[in-house]
Design a protein around this ligand. Structure first.
Ligand SMILES: [Zn+2]
Length: 195
């Protein structure tokens, strides 16, 4: 029963109501539901570059010539990427970490796509050898929570010796809130005023 309460927006009370509702279904319906949940992660594939959903090796954003590869916006989850995309103002690339560093829940840096972010940055520097490494901007758009901040600081520390420009979203987003739920205007301002 506690599992439903792990879903976004579902508290223990709603969780109990969902369980009660499901228990009223005919057994074959319950089986169908269980099967559907079990197959959720089958057939879902991710972009090999940024870890957005993608049916191809590269997602639409990574393969688009209309997007600026000199900007990588680092987010915790695909839902954050989707919220930013909805506003329509950001024309760079993304990197989805898959969460935030949270030692209490056992989420350590090695569980997130941090290594691949560093590889990406290195690769960018290599292919732009006669260019200027500082041309690449890594925008750390983790959630303004303790874990999100910790994650952003951790990545900043790793990137510092690589002379990569990093920026954080402006403080417009209220502390402890989630990017995913920010209204588009607030999100856009946080981006514009990043530093
Ligand atoms: Zn991608």
């Amino acid at each position: 029963m506690a599992l439903f309460a792990e879903l976004p927006g579902i508290g223990p009370r709603q969780s109990a109501r969902i369980v009660m509702a499901i228990l009223n279904w005919p057994p074959q319906e319950i089986d169908k539901f269980a099967e559907a949940v079990a197959s959720l992660n089958q057939g879902v594939t991710f972009c090999q570059i940024c870890f957005n959903f993608s049916e191809e090796e590269r997602c639409d954003i990574c393969s688009s010539s209309q997007r600026d590869p000199g900007k990588i916006c680092v987010v915790e989850r695909i839902t954050d990427l989707q919220s930013i995309e909805k506003t329509g103002f950001y024309r760079g690339h993304y990197h989805v970490l898959g969460g935030a560093i949270n030692p209490v829940d056992g989420v350590l840096p090695r569980h997130l796509k941090i290594d691949s972010l560093i590889e990406r940055v290195k690769h960018y520097q290599e292919v732009h050898t006669n260019g200027h490494p500082a041309d690449l901007e890594v925008i750390l758009a983790t959630n303004p929570t303790t874990f999100g901040d910790t994650t952003a600081m951790y990545i900043e520390e790793i990137l510092r010796p690589m002379s990569i420009k990093t920026s954080r979203l402006a403080k417009g987003l209220s502390s402890g809130s989630y990017l995913e739920y920010a209204d588009p205007a607030t999100l856009q301002n946080a981006f514009k005023n990043r530093k």
